[in-house]
Write a protein that binds this ligand. Structure first.
Ligand code: ADP
Ligand code: MG
Length: 244
C-alpha cells in the first residue's frame, strides 16, 4: 500500500462505502416494505443497521488514529513504566467482553520496566490481545501472554490458536486495510487498520512487532505476536552501546 494521499482517500472511501451501502439498503427496504415485513425480519434488519453503524464508527476511529500517526501534533511521551500492570489492565477489560476466553498471564518472569508512552503502549497491547480473542476458534479458549527480556528489550508474546497466517502474509498484515480472507476473519468485523496502527506506534517508541504462525494440524495453527519494547534500564542500554 502506498503512502500516497490520494490513494489513501480512495481506499478509505471504498472501505466506508461498503457498510454505508448496506445501511442504506436495509433502511430503504424497511421504509418501502414496512407493512409486508414480519416482526422478526424488522428486528433482523435493524440489527444489521446497528452492526454496520458500529463497524463505521470503529473504522472512522481507526482512520483518525492513522491520520494522527502522520501528524506532528501527535506527541509520544516516553516514561519509565512497568509492563505487567498495563497488560493486566487490558486483560481485565477484555475479560468482560470475551467471557468465554481463558487468559493465562505468565507469572514467572519479573520483567524490567520499559521506556514507553503509557497510553500508546496500552493501545498496542489492546489491539494484539483483542485480535487473539477475535481470531481464535470458539472452542479454542486459551490466550497466553508471556514475557521475556534481553539486554535492551522487554518482549511480550501473545499466543492463540486459530487459522494460520501464511509466511507470505507476515508483512502484509501490518499494512493498511489488510485482512486475511478466511472463515474466522469473515466472521468478525474489522477494518484491517489495527496492526498497521500498532506497528507504527511501537516503532515510534523504538519498539518492533512480528508474527509467527506454526501449524498444529491441517486446520489449526498456533499464532504468536511478539512485541519488543526498549527496556528503561539506562545503564544496561549504555553498556550495550559501549560493547557494540
Ligand atoms: N491473533 C491472530 N490470529 C490469526 N489471525 C490474525 C490475528 N491477528 C490478526 N490476524 C489477521 O490479520 C488481519 C489484520 O489484523 P488487524 O490489522 O488488527 O485488522 P482487523 O482486526 O481490523 O481485521 C486480521 O483481519 C486477521 O486476518
Ligand atoms: Mg484488529
Amino acid at each position: 500500500m502506498t503512502e500516497n494521499y490520494e490513494d489513501f482517500i480512495s481506499t478509505v472511501s471504498h472501505e466506508l462505502r461498503t457498510p454505508l451501502t448496506s445501511i442504506r439498503g436495509f433502511a430503504d427496504t424497511m421504509l418501502n416494505s414496512w407493512d409486508r415485513l414480519d416482526e422478526d425480519s424488522k428486528k433482523k434488519f435493524l440489527g444489521i443497521i446497528k452492526e454496520q453503524s458500529d463497524r463505521l464508527i470503529n473504522m472512522v476511529e481507526n482512520i483518525l488514529s492513522v491520520t494522527k500517526l502522520h501528524s506532528q501534533s501527535e506527541r509520544i511521551i516516553l516514561k519509565d513504566i512497568p509492563v505487567r500492570p498495563t497488560v493486566e489492565k487490558v486483560v481485565q477489560l477484555l475479560k468482560t467482553q470475551y467471557k468465554d476466553k481463558n487468559f493465562i498471564v505468565d507469572e514467572k518472569i519479573n520483567t524490567p520496566n520499559i521506556l514507553a508512552d503509557e497510553d500508546k503502549f496500552q493501545q498496542a497491547i489492546m489491539n494484539i490481545i483483542e485480535n487473539a480473542c477475535k481470531y481464535s476458534n470458539n472452542n479454542d479458549i486459551w490466550i497466553n501472554i508471556g514475557f521475556g527480556e534481553d539486554e535492551n528489550f522487554v518482549a511480550i508474546n501473545v499466543t492463540n490458536l486459530g487459522l494460520g497466517i501464511d509466511e507470505r502474509d507476515y508483512e502484509k498484515i501490518f499494512t493498511k486495510f489488510s485482512r486475511i480472507d478466511n472463515p474466522l476473519t469473515r466472521k468478525v468485523q474489522g477494518s484491517g487498520l489495527g496492526l498497521y496502527i500498532t506497528k507504527n506506534i511501537l516503532e515510534k517508541m523504538g519498539g518492533t512487532i512480528c508474527v509467527k504462525s506454526e501449524n498444529i494440524d491441517a486446520n489449526l495453527s498456533k499464532i504468536t505476536f511478539t512485541i519488543d519494547i526498549p527496556s528503561s534500564d539506562i545503564e544496561k542500554q549504555a553498556r550495550a552501546k559501549c560493547i557494540q
